[in-house]
Design a binder for this molecule. Sequence first.
Ligand code: ZN
Length: 161
Amino acid sequence: MRLVTTRFLLDDGLAVDAETDLDTDRWRAPAFSLAGARALAAATQALAERIGHECMQTVHVLGDDDDTDPRDHDFDQDEDAPALKAIVLVITWDHMADGPKAATRIVTPDPTGRYWIGGDWPWEVATWQCACGLRDEWHNTTCDNCGRTRDDQARPAGASA
Ligand SMILES: [Zn+2]
């Protein structure tokens, strides 16, 4: 497994950062930390408000705000791993005709505390454009053409390196 952190677009102006596995099927579900799941939850709920709930899934995080970064721990093996105090839910609103239980799925974190969400969603990886004009996917952080980095692009012209 080769996880990279990249940026996914849910919609214009709505982006979330998550990890994805480049070695296997790159369109499997992205992996979110609990903090990332919270960001995804906010983004999906904002999108649902805009386009309507019936045609989408929304993510909800219930519980404690204690966001210890879970990826430092193996929750099955590490006795020092903090107890999980949050529950991540995915609600599929067009299943509500069959009742709330049919529409609700609890996302169980994997042993490292990653939440894999949205395996069947039409994820689109964000891109960035280098000052030289080349466009690349978000997780490729150095321009193949000129060697500038993605994070270097935002610097105002004339600022020293
Ligand atoms: Zn470049």
